[in-house]
Ligand binder design. Sequence first.
Ligand SMILES: NC(=O)c1ccc[n+]([C@@H]2O[C@H](COP(=O)([O-])OP(=O)(O)OC[C@H]3O[C@@H](n4cnc5c(N)ncnc54)[C@H](OP(=O)(O)O)[C@@H]3O)[C@@H](O)[C@H]2O)c1
Length: 278
Amino acid sequence: MKIVGGMNMKKIAFIGTGNMGGALIKATCKAVDPKEVLITNRTIAKAQELSDELGCCLAQNNQEAVKNASYIVLCVKPQVINEVLEEIAPVVREEAKKRELVLTTIVVGKKIADYTEIIGLKELPVIRTMPNMPAAIGQGMTIAARNEFVKDAQMQEYFSLMKESGLMEEVAEDKMNAAGNLSGCAPAWAFLFIEALADGAVQTGVPRKSAVKYAAQTVLGAAQMVLETGKHPGELKDAVCSPGGTTIVGVRALEDRGFRGATMSAVTAAYEKTIGMK
Ligand SMILES: NC(=O)c1ccc[n+]([C@@H]2O[C@H](COP(=O)([O-])OP(=O)(O)OC[C@H]3O[C@@H](n4cnc5c(N)ncnc54)[C@H](OP(=O)(O)O)[C@@H]3O)[C@@H](O)[C@H]2O)c1
């Protein structure tokens, strides 16, 4: 679907329709009428394909997207974010004089102050978020922070636009890197764990397909128990480990190989990398 001149203002526009942008666009199109969603991308054919699939609107370029929506979500890689910001800056400044406009970003590492500085508008409302890949199936964990120019009602509206992507939680910006780093990266580590569980089961004779299914459902169930019971994971672990039983032998094997230390190191190493990004 193409946009045409004189169209009504859209609720939300996405710049970048890649892996994460695409997942959020799909979720947003479930939360609101897809006609309220405007998308664009460097390779415009990719955005066109998604717009045809979802029935949302297409902007031919980034400036056109900014001109026609209330929330602008930046979904490009960190390597190109500065050039995108420089490109849209004059339009953002112009539009912000006339109406309410909130700039939102999913780009890792970059601070809210960097956006307002490059755009050249200190009072620009900015929401910085860190979604994760399970948003693609409505099971994401998104961490969000805002500057003082984003009103409560705007934050609530943005959360509501994103509600089909999974859980959303607001933190102060100084906790953004730490919290967002965990939610953004941990799916990959969880996939690794599931793969390793399945490999172990294959070694003991379970067919591959079943092994992957059993491992994934088991991890899902365990995660759900943590959330639903509110119990400490250590307490739940203790409840599964019978004295002299099989599970505690596995716990010992994992601890012998530094399982928890290795996992904590993954979190802190990724955090160090995050804070080194500009
Ligand atoms: N993937 C994750 O799990 C995850 C989680 C949290 C946050 N993030 C953040 O999400 C952002 C995007 O990651 P991704 O994995 O979705 O990357 P991706 O799949 O490479 O998508 C990036 C998209 O941006 C488009 N793009 C590049 N330059 C552009 C420009 N000048 N104007 C408009 N569109 C442009 C690309 O278009 P082309 O089709 O032309 O390449 C591509 O579709 C990153 O900043 C990352 O930090 C990702």
